[in-house]
Write a protein that binds this ligand. Structure first.
Ligand code: UD1
Length: 350
């Protein structure tokens, strides 16, 4: 297969490229404009896999450039995995137009090209945020979606709807939305991981960066939730397990086993873990005691969400191969690699 990965230099995109190159013979081409990532990622992918991936630095919101500079040059595409999007929940509340413009126009332009160039398969990065605040846990794919709290979440819900509607118009086209829970960790080599530009917002990079002294304000956002230790429960899933699900998803579509033109899958571990348990797991694997403060609840946070992942296990034959400890160990290894790069002990490519 020839697979296009948008956002190939990003966190989940780069791990998916590594999975494709390590475990299959499929060809990969990336489109990434490095808006929240770095060209170095392709050096790291090469270091891990021994293979160089071609990247096109194209903004997906520029339809003419996308069509002429990418789709007219790269022929016979079997599938697109579409990661490229903005994902900071807080920023999306402050800059909603930026999020709608980027996330929705990017998807729409890709689908226009899918139509024009007859791409048969499409995988969309969605999120458990589409379920909103749900009483009954774990959530299944049949749990009704709700209006998300943030413009970011709304772009995922609307993105799913656009893809679902588009799929009905083309008999030979099949698409899936994969609803990620909380992707964490790094490649087990510690050579590739999450590195957002600026201060991270997500819990695990905040934890690893504060353990290294890059930031000094690790704050637990709320300890008054109705959970076993008062902090919110999430479903943390290793990024390499998430990555492999994309390969299985494309193979599932290609095999013709998909009953419908469009479907959705939860990608979570199935286990709910509290914020304090994440901190404890990190402290155990790193043998570092974290200094943290307790602050008020963060706007838009839900109390509890974790996945029922049976559908992905049954239909995609997805298996989860990494634990939360693996996630913490690899995230810490990656942070230590970054520390060496920062201190000049390691040559920084690019
Ligand atoms: C959210 C979205 C998810 C989205 C992701 C993108 C929901 C339910 N989830 O994940 O769909 O893809 O953002 O960024 O909307 N925390 C702290 N201190 C910190 C950082 C986080 O206590 O410094 C806590 C949060 O309050 C939360 C947990 O850690 O309870 C996880 O937070 P985070 O890693 O940001 O992910 P979500 O908000 O769950």
């Amino acid at each position: 297969m020839k697979i296009v990965v948008t956002g190939g230099a990003g966190y989940i995109g780069s791990h998916t490229i590594i999975d494709i190159l390590e475990r299959t013979d499929h060809e990969v081409v990336s489109i990434d404009n490095f808006s929240n990532s770095n060209e170095d990622t392709f050096d790291r992918i090469e270091e891990i896999t021994g293979k160089r991936v071609k990247n096109y630095n194209i903004d997906l919101t520029a339809y003419k450039t996308l069509k002429e500079e990418f789709f007219e040059k790269e022929n016979d595409i079997d599938g697109i995995i579409h990661f490229a999007a903005l994902k900071a929940v807080g920023e999306s509340v402050e800059k909603p137009v930026k999020y709608y413009q980027n996330n929705l126009n990017g998807l729409i332009n890709l689908l226009k090209c899918v139509q024009k160039f007859d791409v048969p398969s499409f995988i969309f990065s969605s999120s458990c945020t589409v379920y909103g605040n749900v009483k009954v846990q774990p959530v299944t794919e049949d749990t009704p979606t709700q209006t998300p709290e943030s413009p970011y979440g709304y772009t995922k819900l609307v993105g799913e709807k656009i893809l679902s509607d588009f799929s009905k118009t083309k008999a030979a086209f099949h698409a899936l939305s994969l609803r990620y829970f909380n992707p964490v960790g790094a490649h087990m080599s510690g050579l590739n991981g999450e590195l957002p530009k600026g201060r991270p917002n997500n819990l695990v990079p905040v934890v690893t960066q504060s353990a290294s002294g890059w930031i000094d304000d690790l704050c637990v956002h709320g300890t008054d939730y109705e959970t076993r230790d008062g902090t919110p429960i999430r479903d943390y899933i290793h990024v390499s397990d998430i990555a492999h699900a994309h390969v299985l998803a494309l193979e599932y579509l290609q095999s013709g086993k998909a009953a419908a033109n469009y479907d959705v899958f939860n990608l979570g571990s199935g286990t709910g873990v509290t914020v304090l348990e994440v901190i404890q797991a990190f402290e155990e694997v790193s043998e570092i005691k974290l200094n943290y403060t307790v602050g008020p609840r963060r706007d838009g946070d839900v109390e509890i969400i974790y996945a029922n992942n049976q559908k992905a296990k049954d239909l995609l034959h997805w298996e989860i191969n990494h634990s939360i400890e693996d996630a913490m160990r690899s995230a810490w290894k990656w942070q230590q690699y970054l520390n060496e790069v920062k201190s000049g002990d390691k040559v920084h490519h690019g």
